[in-house]
Design a protein around this ligand. Structure first.
Ligand SMILES: Nc1ncnc2c1ncn2[C@@H]1O[C@H](COP(=O)(O)OP(=O)(O)OP(=O)(O)O)[C@@H](O)[C@H]1O
Ligand SMILES: [Mg+2]
Length: 353
């Protein structure tokens, strides 16, 4: 097969690219900045992220992935094309791209993702479900007839899935993840203190002092925002208790969703999960104490995978190794012309692994 094989985890928060035989070569925010007058791209990735909340009126900063799926095709295409070109710039053949998608998306959303990859410069494109890639990236052999539960807490979606024999048995994808926590922190600070803070500040606060339970020894950090009343810039101290109160409901709701997936899991698979525990992946799983919180709620052991942010990209990387075989099997790598009418791209993806 001509062209190198590339894995892409195009998440709501960040895009991570894996190149076969090289590993992860790039990790950048999924953000693009446009010049409104010309419609031309001003910046993508880290450069564009710095402009969030700071751009002048002439520039629009967009996050083209929302809730795990594409909400702005043009911006998403620009970002992917920019990074693919950066990686494959002087190569003669176009790359083959495997891209991941959340557990529950419509066929239309699947087709749009495939279109995105091909129009951004892929010779051929195929899809893999995010929880399956996450499990493989977490070092789990997913091919056995044995139940595995993955809870992937990303920026836009939390994907909860029970996997057996390389496929999902039960799954749920909810639009409640890291970004929702940030928004709640912003709301709480505005409500309680009449102070407006930006998205990046809320995220910083969450990462520094956020916690899934009430800390006995309260932590505090200084933050900057703008008074809602006077309109002037202010410095203030925010505490871990405040942050906990802001995000608590979201965590309870994720726990409820995990419970509902477990309730609809067939008994043998549920028994496997209660024995081997739940595995958490995605950046959101790094919230302090999230694993303990979930373990207490479910009464099942919970562990956060090693390097949880990169699990999906690493998992796609492992699957890329079997690319030739998968292509020969006729399962994947559809050209743009093949896309229409092709209903399930991931069918049989892991057979023979
Ligand atoms: N230490 C931390 N504590 C709490 N949250 C964190 C931490 N580190 C990262 N996050 C959160 O993880 C989220 C990003 O995770 P990830 O990179 O897995 O998302 P994504 O794959 O881009 O999104 P999605 O899978 O929903 O499309 C962000 O909301 C970020 O704030
Ligand atoms: Mg993700």
């Amino acid at each position: 097969m001509l062209g190198i094989n590339i894995g892409v985890d195009m998440g709501t928060t960040s895009i991570i690219i894996y190149v076969e035989d090289k590993g992860i070569v790039l990790s950048e925010p999924t953000v693009a900045a446009y010049r409104k007058s010309t419609g031309k791209i001003a910046a993508v990735g880290k450069k564009a992220l710095r402009m969030v909340g700071r751009a002048p009126k002439s520039i629009e900063v967009v996050r083209p992935m929302k809730d795990g799926v594409i909400s702005d095709f043009t911006a998403a295409e620009h970002i992917l094309r920019h990074f693919l070109q950066k990686i494959c710039g002087n190569m003669v053949f176009k790359p083959n791209v495997m891209i991941c998608l959340p557990a529950q998306v419509t066929n239309l959303e699947k087709r749009t993702l495939l279109d995105l990859a091909t129009s951004a410069g892929a010779a051929r494109a195929c899809l893999i479900e995010e929880p399956i890639a996450a499990a493989i990236g977490a070092g789990i052999d997913v091919t056995y007839p044995k139940g595995i539960m993955i809870v992937d807490v990303g920026g836009g979606t939390t994907d909860i899935a029970v996997i057996t024999m390389g496929s999902m048995s039960v799954s749920k994808s909810v639009r409640n993840a890291g970004n929702a926590l940030n928004e709640s922190i912003m709301r709480q600070i505005r409500r309680e203190r009449d102070i407006l803070i930006g998205e990046l500040t809320a995220e910083k606060i969450k990462k520094k002092i956020g916690c899934a339970y009430l800390r006995e020894a309260e932590l505090a950090i200084e933050a900057r925002g703008k008074s809602y009343i006077t309109g002037m810039p202010v410095r203030f101290e925010v505490t871990s208790t405040e942050v906990f109160l802001a995000i608590r409901e979201h965590l309870e709701s994720i726990a409820e969703d995990v419970r509902s997936v477990l309730e609809s899991t067939p008994p043998e698979l549920a028994a496997d999960i209660s024995e081997s525990g739940i595995v958490m992946t995605g950046g959101g799983s790094l919230l302090h104490g999230f694993d303990e919180f979930l373990a207490k709620k479910m009464n099942i052991a919970v562990r956060v995978a090693e390097d949880p942010v990169n699990c999906v990209a690493k998992g796609i990387g492992k699957v890329l190794k079997n690319m030739e075989m998968l292509v020969n099997g006729g399962y994947i790598f559809k050209t743009r012309d093949d896309i229409r009418g092709y209903s399930d791209y991931t069918d049989g993806l892991l057979e023979g692994q």
